[in-house]
Structures are given as C-alpha cells and as structure tokens.
Design a protein around this ligand. Structure first.
Ligand code: NOJ
Length: 570
C-alpha cells in the first residue's frame, strides 16, 4: 500500500544497517492462506469493551445531564424501531454482575467509557460536578482493580453534553477544546490514581463523518463537504491539548499513558498491477485512519488529503480549502501526542479509482476521495451490512500503522462481529470463526514486528448499536432486552475466547479444534435456558400488570354491585 519506492528504500536500509533478521511484510503478496499456531508475547493483555451510552442505561438518573445521543435517539425516525439507550443493558446498576462476567473470561483489561454529562451535566465544569457520577465510576474502577482487571478508559465515546451542542454547535466550535480539556482534567484528578490507560477519543472518524456529514449519528447534521473536516480539526486539537495537560500536570505523579482510538477499515487495490487502483486504495486508508493519525504522529494532514480537497475546493470556486489548516505552532504542538495508538478494526474493502465531478453541490467527504468501494460476494457477512469478515486485511492494516507511524505501541481497542438474528442464537459459530481468524492475523502481524500490546474483543455485551438500535448484536454475552432485568447469557464464543485468553494464543491444531467443538456443544443448553425466558417475562407481565388490573376491576365491580343492592333496598 505504500508507494513502491518507499518499499525499496526501506529494504535497502534494512540490508545496509542489518538491523533485524525479521523479514519485512510483503505487500505485493496476498498470503491469506494458512493458520499460524503459536502464542503471543508474555504479558499480552486480553480484554473486552463497551461504551457508556451503549450499555449504561440510567439516562436520566442520579443527576446525569442529557447527551446528544439521548436527544437524538428520542427523535422519531432516527433509530431503527425508534429504540433508545434509555435503559439498554442497565450496566449502571450491574457493575458487580458484569465484572464477574469478565472474571469468567479471565480478562486482563476492560475498556469502557465515561459519560461526560454523567460527570458534568452541562459539559461545563464550572457549572456543576455530579458527585453521584463520580461515585459510579469510582465503584466500577475499584471493583475492576479488586478483581485484577486493568481499566482502559475512554473519555469520549460520542456522548457530548447536549448543552454544548445547543449553545455552541458541538464539535463545529473551537470552544469544545477547552471544555473537553476541563472534563479530562477532572477525570485525571478523580480517577488517575487508579487508571493508567486513557483514550481521549473513540473513533473520531464516525463523530465527524456520521455526526456532521451524513447526519446518521447524533447530532444529526448534514454539513456536506465542510462539517466533518471542521469537527475533526477541533477534535485533533482537543486530543492534543488533553495529552499535554496529562503530560505536564499528571504524568510524573500518576505514570499513566494517554492515547487515542482510531478506527480504520483496510483498503486493498482491486487490481494490484494498476497504479491508479494502488493510489486509490492508499487514499482510502489515508482519508480514514491517516486523517487523524498523520497529524498526531507527523504534525499535519496526509498530503493526499491536502491535495485532493484543496484542488476540488479551487475547482468549486472557493478561496480556501475546505480542509482547515494547522499553523506551524499547532503542528509542533500536535505532533507526537500519543503514548499508544488504539486501533478499532472490523472489515476491509476493495478499492478502485473513480472520478467524481467537483461541482459545489456535490461536494462531500466521500466524493473528495475519488474512489469506489467494492466487496467480494464470497466474504462472510453474518451481521451488520457493512461488516464483511476479511481477516487478512487486519494484518495489512497493522503493518501499515507500523510503517507509516514509526511502529508505535498499539492496543487493539475494538474488533468483533455482529449478528442480525430474529430468534435468539447462542451458538455463534461464525463469531468463533471471526475471532479465531482475526486474532490469528494479529499474531502474524506481531511476528512481522508490529508492536501490538493488547487486544479488546468488541463487545462484552450485546448493546445499543447506535442508529441500528438493538438489531445488531456484537456481544460475547447475549442480553435479553425484552426482560426488564436484562439478563446476560454466554454465547459459545465466550468459551472459545476464554481459551485463547488462558492459552495466550493458539497452542496447536488439535486443541483449538477441541475448544471450538466443546464451545458449540455447551451453548445448546444455554440456548434452552434462554428459550424458556419468554415464559419468565410472561409470568412477570401476569404478576405486574394482569393481577393488579383484575383486582382493581373486581373491587370496583363489587362496589358498584353493593351500591346497586343498597339502592334497591331503599
Ligand atoms: C465502532 C464504535 O466505536 C462502536 O461503538 C460500535 O459498536 C462499533 N463500531 C460497531 O459498529
């Protein structure tokens, strides 16, 4: 995916300096084939993840303020079936239960996010701090640590306080940088004695593109061709400011790390002998991961973004590029603000060159890239429409990060697969296959020399999947959302992932096949349990609604009947 000349320069350097005996990753070969049996480096960290709005519920409890997702999901027509995260998994009330699920999995870390409006209801620290919110996260962190599970904490997983959206236009406004910094500072002050891994933003690509360009996500704005670039610009500045705050005020005492979690699909040229396709695929990755990673590691946007958006802006008769610019001071302030890089990765696309007319009305992030995305119909696609299982793309993306950004320390912060099931299905053989193959490609990437330190399965529980509501289930644990107690049931993948975790990899073919067989065998009994559950909900309905209603009606009727009798006597 790199220009060919870059590969040869790399190769020459490696030969001349004789730095390493390890072979460089060969980008020209599609070596998707064989499975690699082996283990991960000692100390590799295994985890699972969640985010506040997707799992906590308790949207208006204990002094929490509204977030843009509370407001967006309550608008009709924004979310499938008009579902909301109001109660979701009720994670707010189930800290102990959920930590015991993590223990069952033998996890080393748990990745979760803090809800900004739960801590600071208006988003503005000087207005009010919600002590109950602090207590909740205190309890969660303490409970994790008591169980030897390391918390990896995201500060922003998309739930901006609504007041900041209404007053200032959210991430369109530069004032978010200081408000976010105040909030982050509060988190460092309250939790930093125990939390050593901080992620400033989760997947800012989605915040920018889906929040401000397509409007599919909160706050639902469609500012095509400009909104996403401006939002991203402010997010990058906010990230850098928070990193500096930690670096200057907290690092010496707390000795933690601050990173960012970026998502990136891999883009593979449709025709690897066609230079136009090779360049288009490189553009795809640069407009996705590179948009955020390049400023953070190198100080400025990828050259290809500056060139393409700049040229199109001129053609559209604009005086300046729609892509904002960083001043020289800002560049050096932003460069290097990453102690570790979080990578969220799910899928891959084939990419080919495609020109879009550059008229002003058609300007958008998507047309700026001049490319088309394709998929191979043979790729498995069990759940979300966009999520095809293409494990080899993961190894390629990880190698791209290594070569482009100087082999940073990586934590995989999200990787997993969903299902779209009308009936309940705990025997998720296809998820076992997905995890097995993706984790194996990560192992190969580590063998290639990529510095991956941890892996986070996405997600611990089924949960609110943004505009898809509850229709897409990513969990290792199934959550019965029909039951108001939101019980959790292990899917077969729990057993399988647990084996990978306790063996720190894949010991040999016989064992791995055994794990899989056993996992699928045991899931059928849990399936029966779950099948019995509608009966429980039914019984609950009988006791909570039907019985009281019948009693009240009987009392009323008896009273009427008595009155009738008395009248007749008189
Ligand atoms: C990335 C988002 O960060 C996460 O919240 C979501 O559940 C996954 N993508 C799957 O769509």
């Amino acid at each position: 995916m790199l220009p060919r000349c870059a590969f040869s320069v790399c190769h020459v350097l490696v030969l001349v300096l004789c730095l390493s005996a390890a072979e460089d990753f060969d980008w020209t070969k599609n070596n998707h084939g064989s499975f690699y049996y082996g283990t991960f480096p000692a100390g590799f960290s295994w985890g699972a993840g969640s985010s506040a709005y997707q799992t906590e519920g308790a949207w208006d409890k204990d002094g929490k303020g509204l977030s843009i997702w509370d407001v967006f999901s309550h608008k009709k027509g924004k979310i499938q079936q008009n579902e909301t995260g109001d109660s979701s998994c009720e994670g707010y009330y189930k800290v102990k239960d959920d930590v015991s699920l993590m223990k069952e999995l033998k996890l080393n870390h748990y990745r979760f996010s803090i809800s900004w409006p739960r801590l600071i209801p208006t988003g503005i620290k000087s207005d009010h701090i919600n002590e109950k919110g602090i207590q909740y996260y205190d309890e969660l962190i303490d409970h994790l640590l008591e169980n030897k599970i390391t918390p990896i904490v995201t500060l922003y997983h998309w739930d901006l306080p609504q007041v900041l959206q209404e007053k200032y236009g959210g991430w369109q406004n530069i004032s978010m940088v200081n408000y976010f910094n105040d909030y982050a500072n509060l988190c460092f002050e309250k939790f930093g004695n125990r939390v050593k891994y901080w992620i400033t933003f989760n997947n800012p690509w989605s915040v920018a593109v889906e929040g401000y360009e397509t409007g599919e996500h909160a706050p639902g704005l469609k500012m095509r061709g400009t909104g996403a670039y401006r939002a991203a610009h402010h997010i990058i500045k906010a990230h850098a400011k928070v990193w500096h705050t930690y670096d200057t005020q907290w690092r010496a005492k707390q000795k933690g790390l601050v990173g960012i979690s970026l998502s990136g699909d891999w883009g593979e040229p449709v025709d690897i002998s066609n230079q136009k396709d090779i360049e288009a695929a490189e553009r795809y990755v640069q407009f996705y991961l590179g948009w955020f990673a390049t400023p953070i590691f190198h100080g400025d946007y990828p050259q290809v973004m500056k060139d393409f958006i700049g040229r199109k802006s001129v053609q559209q008769g604009l005086g300046t590029s729609r892509l904002p610019t960083f001043s020289p001071q800002e560049k050096s302030y932003i460069k290097g603000t990453c102690d570790f890089l979080g990578i969220g990765h799910f899928t891959t696309r084939y990419i080919t060159q495609k020109n879009y007319p550059s008229g002003r009305s058609s300007s958008s992030y998507f047309t700026d890239r001049d490319l088309a995305e394709l998929v191979d119909p043979r790729w498995p696609d069990p759940g979300s429409e966009w999520l095809y299982s293409v494990p080899w793309g993961f190894r390629r993306l990880l190698n791209f990060v290594k070569t482009q950004y100087g082999n940073p320390m990586i934590y995989v912060t999200e990787n997993g697969v969903s299902e779209k099931m009308l009936c309940t299905e705990l025997c998720d053989d296809w998820r076992i296959q997905y995890y097995k193959d993706y984790i194996n490609e990560m192992l190969k990437a580590i063998k290639d020399g990529v510095n991956v330190k941890g892996y986070t399965a996405w997600s611990l529980l089924d949960k609110f999947e943004w505009d898809e509501g509850f229709s897409e289930r990513f969990g290792l644990y199934y959550v019965d959302f029909r039951n108001k107690n939101k019980p959790r049931y292990p899917k077969a993948s729990v057993q399988f992932y647990k084996r990978i975790v306790s063996s720190n990899g894949f010991p040999n073919q016989r064992e791995v096949e055994n794990w899989r067989r056993k996992a699928v065998e045991t899931c059928s009994s849990s399936n029966q349990l779950l099948a019995a559950d509608p009966l429980t909900s039914h019984m609950e309905m009988v006791t909570e609604i039907v019985v009281p209603t019948v009693c009240t009606l009987s009392i009323l009727l008896s009273a009427i009947f008595l009155m009738f009798l008395l009248r007749r006597r008189n």
